[in-house]
Unconditional design. Structure first.
Length: 402
Protein backbone atom coordinates (compact mmCIF):
# COMPACT_ATOMS: atom_id res chain seq x y z
CA UNK A 1 0.00 0.00 0.00
CA UNK A 2 1.06 3.53 -0.62
CA UNK A 3 0.05 7.01 0.44
CA UNK A 4 -2.21 7.34 3.48
CA UNK A 5 -4.35 4.29 2.79
CA UNK A 6 -3.76 3.09 6.32
CA UNK A 7 -2.77 6.31 8.00
CA UNK A 8 -2.24 5.51 11.66
CA UNK A 9 -4.06 7.60 14.24
CA UNK A 10 -3.22 6.26 17.69
CA UNK A 11 -5.59 6.92 20.55
CA UNK A 12 -3.32 9.43 22.23
CA UNK A 13 -4.99 11.60 24.82
CA UNK A 14 -4.67 14.80 22.83
CA UNK A 15 -7.95 16.58 22.15
CA UNK A 16 -6.46 20.05 21.86
CA UNK A 17 -7.33 22.27 18.93
CA UNK A 18 -6.01 25.53 17.54
CA UNK A 19 -7.36 28.97 18.50
CA UNK A 20 -11.06 29.16 17.83
CA UNK A 21 -11.04 25.60 16.44
CA UNK A 22 -12.77 22.58 17.78
CA UNK A 23 -13.94 19.20 16.52
CA UNK A 24 -15.59 19.31 13.12
CA UNK A 25 -18.14 16.63 13.97
CA UNK A 26 -21.64 17.89 13.24
CA UNK A 27 -23.64 14.69 12.92
CA UNK A 28 -24.44 12.02 15.43
CA UNK A 29 -22.51 8.74 15.55
CA UNK A 30 -24.85 5.75 15.44
CA UNK A 31 -23.09 2.50 16.34
CA UNK A 32 -24.65 -0.72 15.07
CA UNK A 33 -23.25 -3.67 17.01
CA UNK A 34 -23.54 -7.37 16.29
CA UNK A 35 -27.15 -8.62 16.56
CA UNK A 36 -27.52 -10.29 19.94
CA UNK A 37 -24.47 -8.63 21.48
CA UNK A 38 -24.98 -6.89 24.81
CA UNK A 39 -24.38 -3.19 25.44
CA UNK A 40 -24.01 -3.85 29.13
CA UNK A 41 -21.36 -3.79 31.85
CA UNK A 42 -22.32 -7.40 32.58
CA UNK A 43 -20.02 -8.56 29.78
CA UNK A 44 -16.48 -7.94 28.61
CA UNK A 45 -17.18 -8.30 24.90
CA UNK A 46 -14.70 -6.23 22.90
CA UNK A 47 -17.04 -4.42 20.49
CA UNK A 48 -19.42 -3.05 23.16
CA UNK A 49 -16.41 -2.12 25.28
CA UNK A 50 -15.00 -0.06 22.41
CA UNK A 51 -18.36 1.54 21.61
CA UNK A 52 -18.92 2.41 25.27
CA UNK A 53 -15.41 3.83 25.55
CA UNK A 54 -15.84 6.04 22.50
CA UNK A 55 -19.36 7.08 23.47
CA UNK A 56 -18.39 7.93 27.03
CA UNK A 57 -15.57 10.13 25.72
CA UNK A 58 -17.87 12.19 23.48
CA UNK A 59 -17.17 15.86 24.30
CA UNK A 60 -20.04 18.10 25.43
CA UNK A 61 -20.18 20.05 22.16
CA UNK A 62 -20.73 16.91 20.04
CA UNK A 63 -24.12 15.25 19.46
CA UNK A 64 -24.93 12.46 21.89
CA UNK A 65 -24.21 9.10 20.21
CA UNK A 66 -26.61 6.21 19.80
CA UNK A 67 -26.18 2.44 19.85
CA UNK A 68 -28.47 0.05 17.99
CA UNK A 69 -29.11 -2.94 20.26
CA UNK A 70 -31.36 -5.99 19.94
CA UNK A 71 -34.32 -6.01 22.30
CA UNK A 72 -33.92 -8.59 25.08
CA UNK A 73 -30.14 -8.35 25.40
CA UNK A 74 -28.53 -7.81 28.79
CA UNK A 75 -29.51 -4.99 31.08
CA UNK A 76 -28.56 -2.70 32.66
CA UNK A 77 -27.29 -0.95 29.56
CA UNK A 78 -24.36 1.45 29.52
CA UNK A 79 -25.61 5.02 29.89
CA UNK A 80 -22.97 6.48 27.54
CA UNK A 81 -25.28 6.54 24.52
CA UNK A 82 -28.93 6.51 23.54
CA UNK A 83 -30.09 2.93 22.99
CA UNK A 84 -32.15 2.26 19.85
CA UNK A 85 -33.83 -1.12 20.24
CA UNK A 86 -35.11 -3.45 17.53
CA UNK A 87 -36.52 -6.97 17.29
CA UNK A 88 -33.80 -9.33 16.24
CA UNK A 89 -34.39 -11.54 13.20
CA UNK A 90 -34.70 -15.24 13.98
CA UNK A 91 -31.47 -17.11 13.31
CA UNK A 92 -31.57 -19.59 10.43
CA UNK A 93 -28.78 -22.14 10.48
CA UNK A 94 -29.00 -22.68 6.73
CA UNK A 95 -28.03 -19.04 6.09
CA UNK A 96 -24.37 -19.81 6.72
CA UNK A 97 -24.31 -22.42 3.97
CA UNK A 98 -26.42 -20.51 1.47
CA UNK A 99 -24.29 -17.41 2.00
CA UNK A 100 -21.13 -19.39 1.30
CA UNK A 101 -22.67 -20.73 -1.91
CA UNK A 102 -23.89 -17.29 -3.00
CA UNK A 103 -20.46 -15.76 -2.36
CA UNK A 104 -18.82 -18.36 -4.61
CA UNK A 105 -20.93 -17.23 -7.56
CA UNK A 106 -20.60 -13.53 -6.83
CA UNK A 107 -23.98 -12.90 -5.19
CA UNK A 108 -24.56 -10.88 -1.98
CA UNK A 109 -24.69 -12.87 1.25
CA UNK A 110 -28.44 -12.63 1.78
CA UNK A 111 -28.48 -14.43 5.13
CA UNK A 112 -26.03 -12.01 6.73
CA UNK A 113 -27.89 -9.06 5.26
CA UNK A 114 -31.21 -10.37 6.60
CA UNK A 115 -29.82 -10.39 10.15
CA UNK A 116 -28.48 -6.85 9.84
CA UNK A 117 -31.55 -5.54 8.01
CA UNK A 118 -33.57 -5.84 11.22
CA UNK A 119 -31.05 -3.63 13.02
CA UNK A 120 -31.29 -0.98 10.31
CA UNK A 121 -35.02 -1.18 9.70
CA UNK A 122 -35.78 2.10 11.52
CA UNK A 123 -32.89 4.11 10.08
CA UNK A 124 -35.31 6.41 8.22
CA UNK A 125 -36.42 7.65 11.65
CA UNK A 126 -32.89 8.50 12.80
CA UNK A 127 -31.53 11.95 12.35
CA UNK A 128 -28.85 11.99 9.64
CA UNK A 129 -25.47 10.87 10.94
CA UNK A 130 -22.48 8.61 10.57
CA UNK A 131 -23.73 5.02 10.84
CA UNK A 132 -20.85 2.86 12.07
CA UNK A 133 -21.53 -0.83 11.48
CA UNK A 134 -19.19 -2.88 13.61
CA UNK A 135 -17.67 -6.04 12.12
CA UNK A 136 -20.37 -6.13 9.42
CA UNK A 137 -19.25 -5.78 5.78
CA UNK A 138 -22.65 -6.96 4.56
CA UNK A 139 -24.47 -4.25 6.53
CA UNK A 140 -22.74 -1.37 4.74
CA UNK A 141 -24.90 -1.69 1.62
CA UNK A 142 -28.03 -1.62 3.81
CA UNK A 143 -27.28 1.85 5.17
CA UNK A 144 -29.24 4.55 3.34
CA UNK A 145 -26.31 6.55 1.95
CA UNK A 146 -28.66 9.33 0.85
CA UNK A 147 -29.49 10.04 4.49
CA UNK A 148 -26.50 8.70 6.44
CA UNK A 149 -22.76 8.24 5.99
CA UNK A 150 -21.96 4.49 6.07
CA UNK A 151 -18.77 3.44 7.87
CA UNK A 152 -17.40 -0.05 8.44
CA UNK A 153 -15.68 -0.35 11.83
CA UNK A 154 -13.44 -3.42 11.76
CA UNK A 155 -12.26 -5.07 14.96
CA UNK A 156 -11.20 -8.28 13.20
CA UNK A 157 -10.08 -9.49 9.78
CA UNK A 158 -13.53 -9.54 8.17
CA UNK A 159 -12.65 -10.10 4.52
CA UNK A 160 -10.70 -13.35 4.71
CA UNK A 161 -13.37 -15.23 2.71
CA UNK A 162 -14.00 -12.36 0.26
CA UNK A 163 -12.53 -11.91 -3.17
CA UNK A 164 -11.49 -8.37 -4.03
CA UNK A 165 -14.48 -8.16 -6.34
CA UNK A 166 -16.96 -9.17 -3.63
CA UNK A 167 -15.32 -6.89 -1.07
CA UNK A 168 -15.57 -4.02 -3.52
CA UNK A 169 -19.27 -4.60 -4.11
CA UNK A 170 -20.02 -4.93 -0.39
CA UNK A 171 -18.07 -1.82 0.63
CA UNK A 172 -18.35 0.50 -2.34
CA UNK A 173 -20.60 2.88 -0.37
CA UNK A 174 -18.43 2.91 2.79
CA UNK A 175 -17.07 6.41 3.33
CA UNK A 176 -14.43 5.01 5.68
CA UNK A 177 -13.20 1.59 6.74
CA UNK A 178 -11.93 2.08 10.27
CA UNK A 179 -9.53 -0.52 11.70
CA UNK A 180 -8.36 -0.81 15.30
CA UNK A 181 -4.68 -1.29 14.42
CA UNK A 182 -2.25 -0.76 11.57
CA UNK A 183 -1.76 -4.53 11.42
CA UNK A 184 -5.46 -5.02 10.80
CA UNK A 185 -5.59 -2.12 8.35
CA UNK A 186 -2.86 -3.68 6.23
CA UNK A 187 -4.58 -7.07 6.20
CA UNK A 188 -7.92 -5.44 5.35
CA UNK A 189 -6.53 -3.26 2.56
CA UNK A 190 -4.94 -6.28 0.91
CA UNK A 191 -8.41 -7.78 0.44
CA UNK A 192 -9.86 -4.62 -1.11
CA UNK A 193 -9.75 -3.43 -4.70
CA UNK A 194 -7.25 -0.56 -5.13
CA UNK A 195 -10.05 1.99 -5.49
CA UNK A 196 -11.16 1.43 -1.89
CA UNK A 197 -7.81 1.19 -0.12
CA UNK A 198 -7.51 4.93 0.43
CA UNK A 199 -10.64 4.76 2.59
CA UNK A 200 -8.96 2.55 5.19
CA UNK A 201 -8.09 4.37 8.41
CA UNK A 202 -6.56 3.35 11.75
CA UNK A 203 -8.11 4.41 15.04
CA UNK A 204 -6.40 2.58 17.89
CA UNK A 205 -8.47 1.52 20.86
CA UNK A 206 -8.14 3.36 24.15
CA UNK A 207 -8.75 2.72 27.83
CA UNK A 208 -10.60 4.45 30.64
CA UNK A 209 -7.44 5.13 32.62
CA UNK A 210 -9.32 6.85 35.44
CA UNK A 211 -11.75 3.96 35.93
CA UNK A 212 -8.91 1.45 36.18
CA UNK A 213 -6.75 3.58 38.48
CA UNK A 214 -7.99 1.75 41.56
CA UNK A 215 -5.60 2.07 44.54
CA UNK A 216 -3.33 -0.93 44.61
CA UNK A 217 -3.05 -2.83 47.91
CA UNK A 218 0.40 -3.34 49.45
CA UNK A 219 2.32 -5.91 47.46
CA UNK A 220 2.47 -9.35 49.02
CA UNK A 221 5.18 -11.95 48.65
CA UNK A 222 5.17 -13.77 45.33
CA UNK A 223 4.04 -12.82 41.87
CA UNK A 224 0.35 -12.55 41.00
CA UNK A 225 -0.32 -13.13 37.30
CA UNK A 226 -3.63 -12.72 35.45
CA UNK A 227 -5.09 -13.61 32.07
CA UNK A 228 -8.25 -11.86 30.81
CA UNK A 229 -10.27 -12.89 27.80
CA UNK A 230 -11.97 -15.72 25.98
CA UNK A 231 -10.61 -19.06 27.10
CA UNK A 232 -10.05 -20.62 23.69
CA UNK A 233 -6.87 -22.09 22.16
CA UNK A 234 -6.08 -19.00 20.07
CA UNK A 235 -5.76 -16.93 23.23
CA UNK A 236 -2.91 -19.12 24.46
CA UNK A 237 -3.91 -19.74 28.09
CA UNK A 238 -2.17 -23.12 27.79
CA UNK A 239 1.10 -21.33 26.94
CA UNK A 240 0.82 -19.29 30.14
CA UNK A 241 0.17 -22.37 32.28
CA UNK A 242 3.00 -24.28 30.60
CA UNK A 243 5.34 -21.36 31.35
CA UNK A 244 4.31 -21.32 35.00
CA UNK A 245 4.75 -25.09 35.17
CA UNK A 246 8.26 -24.67 33.77
CA UNK A 247 8.99 -22.18 36.56
CA UNK A 248 7.81 -24.68 39.17
CA UNK A 249 7.57 -21.97 41.81
CA UNK A 250 5.02 -21.83 44.64
CA UNK A 251 5.35 -18.03 44.73
CA UNK A 252 3.74 -17.55 41.27
CA UNK A 253 -0.06 -17.62 41.39
CA UNK A 254 -2.33 -17.34 38.33
CA UNK A 255 -5.87 -16.03 37.90
CA UNK A 256 -7.70 -16.85 34.65
CA UNK A 257 -10.67 -14.54 34.04
CA UNK A 258 -12.97 -15.59 31.23
CA UNK A 259 -14.84 -18.38 29.48
CA UNK A 260 -15.40 -19.18 25.81
CA UNK A 261 -18.74 -17.35 26.15
CA UNK A 262 -20.53 -15.30 28.76
CA UNK A 263 -22.54 -18.11 30.39
CA UNK A 264 -20.79 -18.77 33.69
CA UNK A 265 -22.69 -22.05 34.19
CA UNK A 266 -21.89 -23.50 30.77
CA UNK A 267 -20.15 -26.91 30.86
CA UNK A 268 -16.39 -26.83 30.49
CA UNK A 269 -15.15 -27.22 26.95
CA UNK A 270 -12.53 -29.85 26.18
CA UNK A 271 -9.94 -27.08 26.06
CA UNK A 272 -10.98 -25.69 29.44
CA UNK A 273 -10.89 -29.18 30.95
CA UNK A 274 -7.32 -29.62 29.70
CA UNK A 275 -6.35 -26.33 31.37
CA UNK A 276 -7.86 -27.46 34.67
CA UNK A 277 -5.85 -30.69 34.47
CA UNK A 278 -2.68 -28.74 33.75
CA UNK A 279 -3.40 -26.39 36.65
CA UNK A 280 -3.38 -29.24 39.16
CA UNK A 281 0.40 -29.56 38.76
CA UNK A 282 1.18 -25.89 39.42
CA UNK A 283 2.52 -25.32 42.95
CA UNK A 284 1.40 -21.69 43.13
CA UNK A 285 -2.19 -22.49 42.25
CA UNK A 286 -4.58 -21.31 39.53
CA UNK A 287 -7.95 -19.66 40.09
CA UNK A 288 -10.47 -19.87 37.26
CA UNK A 289 -13.37 -17.45 37.12
CA UNK A 290 -15.92 -16.47 34.50
CA UNK A 291 -16.11 -13.06 32.89
CA UNK A 292 -16.66 -10.38 35.51
CA UNK A 293 -19.03 -7.42 35.36
CA UNK A 294 -16.99 -4.43 34.24
CA UNK A 295 -17.13 -2.63 37.64
CA UNK A 296 -15.46 -5.65 39.28
CA UNK A 297 -12.53 -5.73 36.88
CA UNK A 298 -10.46 -2.72 38.10
CA UNK A 299 -10.18 -3.94 41.72
CA UNK A 300 -9.24 -7.43 40.52
CA UNK A 301 -6.53 -6.02 38.26
CA UNK A 302 -5.27 -3.79 41.05
CA UNK A 303 -4.35 -6.97 42.95
CA UNK A 304 -2.30 -8.36 40.04
CA UNK A 305 1.41 -7.78 39.50
CA UNK A 306 1.39 -8.88 35.86
CA UNK A 307 -1.18 -9.27 33.09
CA UNK A 308 -0.20 -11.76 30.40
CA UNK A 309 -1.56 -11.70 26.83
CA UNK A 310 -0.22 -15.04 25.49
CA UNK A 311 -2.13 -15.17 22.19
CA UNK A 312 -0.90 -17.53 19.50
CA UNK A 313 -2.91 -15.92 16.70
CA UNK A 314 -2.51 -12.41 15.23
CA UNK A 315 -4.95 -10.51 17.39
CA UNK A 316 -6.00 -7.20 15.84
CA UNK A 317 -5.51 -5.43 19.17
CA UNK A 318 -5.28 -6.29 22.89
CA UNK A 319 -7.71 -4.37 25.08
CA UNK A 320 -6.73 -6.53 28.04
CA UNK A 321 -3.17 -5.24 27.81
CA UNK A 322 -4.24 -1.58 28.04
CA UNK A 323 -6.66 -2.32 30.89
CA UNK A 324 -3.96 -4.15 32.83
CA UNK A 325 -1.57 -1.27 32.25
CA UNK A 326 -4.14 1.29 33.41
CA UNK A 327 -4.52 -0.72 36.62
CA UNK A 328 -0.77 -0.55 37.22
CA UNK A 329 0.17 -4.09 36.23
CA UNK A 330 3.19 -4.97 34.15
CA UNK A 331 2.31 -6.61 30.83
CA UNK A 332 3.95 -9.55 29.10
CA UNK A 333 2.45 -10.21 25.67
CA UNK A 334 2.95 -12.12 22.45
CA UNK A 335 4.71 -10.30 19.66
CA UNK A 336 2.09 -10.98 17.02
CA UNK A 337 -0.63 -9.14 15.12
CA UNK A 338 -1.69 -5.80 16.56
CA UNK A 339 -0.62 -6.65 20.11
CA UNK A 340 2.72 -4.78 19.86
CA UNK A 341 0.79 -1.65 18.84
CA UNK A 342 -1.35 -1.90 21.96
CA UNK A 343 1.64 -2.51 24.23
CA UNK A 344 4.07 -0.07 22.62
CA UNK A 345 7.40 0.15 24.41
CA UNK A 346 5.76 -0.21 27.81
CA UNK A 347 5.56 -3.99 28.00
CA UNK A 348 7.62 -7.14 27.52
CA UNK A 349 7.07 -8.91 24.19
CA UNK A 350 7.81 -12.61 23.69
CA UNK A 351 7.44 -14.93 20.73
CA UNK A 352 3.92 -16.39 20.46
CA UNK A 353 3.68 -19.96 21.74
CA UNK A 354 7.11 -19.81 23.39
CA UNK A 355 6.49 -20.98 26.95
CA UNK A 356 10.21 -20.89 27.73
CA UNK A 357 10.52 -17.21 26.79
CA UNK A 358 7.37 -16.38 28.73
CA UNK A 359 8.71 -18.25 31.77
CA UNK A 360 11.94 -16.25 31.54
CA UNK A 361 10.08 -12.95 31.54
CA UNK A 362 7.99 -13.97 34.54
CA UNK A 363 11.09 -15.21 36.39
CA UNK A 364 12.76 -11.82 35.99
CA UNK A 365 9.68 -10.00 37.30
CA UNK A 366 9.37 -12.41 40.23
CA UNK A 367 13.06 -12.17 41.21
CA UNK A 368 13.70 -8.47 40.60
CA UNK A 369 11.27 -6.15 42.44
CA UNK A 370 12.90 -3.06 40.93
CA UNK A 371 12.40 -4.41 37.40
CA UNK A 372 8.76 -5.19 38.19
CA UNK A 373 8.17 -1.70 39.60
CA UNK A 374 9.79 -0.10 36.56
CA UNK A 375 7.62 -2.12 34.17
CA UNK A 376 4.51 -1.23 36.13
CA UNK A 377 5.38 2.47 36.04
CA UNK A 378 5.93 2.42 32.27
CA UNK A 379 2.68 0.54 31.79
CA UNK A 380 0.67 3.04 33.81
CA UNK A 381 2.09 6.01 31.91
CA UNK A 382 1.42 4.29 28.58
CA UNK A 383 -2.24 3.79 29.51
CA UNK A 384 -2.58 7.44 30.51
CA UNK A 385 -1.45 8.44 27.02
CA UNK A 386 -3.95 6.15 25.28
CA UNK A 387 -7.38 7.07 26.54
CA UNK A 388 -10.79 6.90 24.91
CA UNK A 389 -10.80 10.69 24.67
CA UNK A 390 -7.83 10.45 22.35
CA UNK A 391 -9.45 7.62 20.39
CA UNK A 392 -12.63 9.69 19.97
CA UNK A 393 -10.63 12.65 18.68
CA UNK A 394 -8.80 10.39 16.21
CA UNK A 395 -12.09 8.92 15.00
CA UNK A 396 -13.55 12.42 14.60
CA UNK A 397 -10.55 13.47 12.51
CA UNK A 398 -10.81 10.44 10.25
CA UNK A 399 -14.56 10.61 9.73
CA UNK A 400 -14.28 14.27 8.82
CA UNK A 401 -10.98 13.91 6.93
CA UNK A 402 -9.18 16.46 9.10
Amino acid sequence: MTGDATRATPGHDDTRHGPGERSAVSTRLVHVITPGDHYSPRTGSAVPTVVHGLSGATPPHAPRPAVVVARGTYTPRYDSADVLEYDQAAERRRDRYTDAARARVGLPRAGARRAWAAALDAQHEWEPGHVLVHNAPQAVALVDARRHTPVLYAHNQLLRTYSQREAGRALEHAARIVCVSAHLATATAERLPPSLRERVRVVANGVDAAAFATPRPPREAGLRVAFLGRVVPDKGVHVLLEAVRALGRPDVAVTVVGRPGFAADAPLTEYEASLHRLARDLPGGVEFTSFLPRPELPPLLARQDVVVVPSVWPEPFALAALEGMAAGAAVVASEIGGIPEAVGDAGILVAPGDAVALAGALRTLADEPDALAAEQGRAREHARRHTWAGAWAALDRELNDR
